[in-house]
Design a protein. Structure first.
Length: 278
């Protein structure tokens, strides 16, 4: 599943263009097509057309793992889930692909296509994005999230760090990759209880989260499967998917465990679990 850096990279490409593809900012919707009804969570193809035809893309943004495409009074929210990705193309260049689920045709001949092999991706048409996004936790890169407030968030909960950081209502945007990398950088065990952290631990964790996210964005995300391409962060993993390989710091073998139904990677020496946790 694309995480914050991958989604941020997609948003920047939609805004600014890239790979010989222009921005969709300012483009006017000519027609919308829905090829898999469940992709559109709260509307129909007819309603989508009635509401978006003639509308101009005003702004493109991100909240957590959601992509926001804003029009004059409405917004299109896109969550790519496990296998979704977006293409910006001209019809003359490429025909529709097998797993295309939704398409916006623009008046200048370009189109935005959502392709989703596993059909988990979802799109919402809303007048107020808060209808969908209000339950999300704070943005980890938002400077209004201070070390002291982050520490209070952590100690108020008595949960293992890995599942807590994956909880989008606690902190928006993190997934398996960047959570494992951040915990390693902060030298914190993924099994450690959040309530046991000292202020210095919380400060180190927040700094580590921001560090790995910013590096991920700088490297255009991580490409580890057939879904998301063009990233380079996978070449700089310290622990993720490195089980059985030596730790880059101490040389001990990276360990893989199942935690909350997720594969979790860490160094048992550099990330020890305290014998007593509060």
């Amino acid at each position: 599943m694309p995480e914050l850096p991958e989604v941020e990279t997609i948003v920047r490409r939609l805004c600014c263009g890239g790979d010989r593809v222009g921005s969709i900012l300012g483009k006017q919707v000519a027609q919308a097509h829905l090829y898999w009804a469940r992709t559109l969570s709260n509307s129909s193809e007819k309603q989508l057309n009635n509401n978006l035809k003639g509308e101009v893309v005003q702004e493109i943004g991100r909240r957590g793992k959601f992509i926001l495409i804003r029009f004059h009074q409405l917004s299109l929210l896109i969550h790519l889930r496990m296998s979704g990705f977006l293409r910006v193309e001209q019809p003359l260049e490429k025909e529709l692909q097998k797993h295309d689920r939704l398409m916006l045709e623009f008046s200048d001949g370009w189109r935005l296509v959502l392709n989703d092999t596993r059909k988990f991706g979802r799109v919402w048409l809303v007048s107020d994005p808060r209808e969908i996004l209000s339950a999300l936790g704070p943005e980890p890169l938002d400077q209004s999230l201070t070390p002291s407030s982050f520490h209070q968030m952590l100690i108020k909960r008595r949960r293992q760090l890995k599942p807590l950081l994956l909880d989008q209502t606690f902190l928006a945007g993190l997934g398996n990759i960047y959570t494992d990398e951040a915990l390693y950088l902060a030298r914190l065990n993924p099994l450690r209880l959040s309530s046991s952290l000292l202020p210095a631990d919380s400060f180190a964790l927040l700094n580590s989260i921001r560090s790995v996210l910013n590096e991920g964005i700088q490297r255009n995300g991580a490409s580890i499967d057939w879904v998301y391409r063009g990233g380079e962060f996978q070449n700089h993993f310290c622990v993720y998917q490195r089980q059985g390989q030596p730790c880059l710091i101490c040389g001990s073998l990276i360990k893989r465990i199942r935690l909350g139904q997720r594969s979790t990677y860490f160094c048992p020496v550099c990330q020890p679990l305290p014998p007593v946790q509060n």
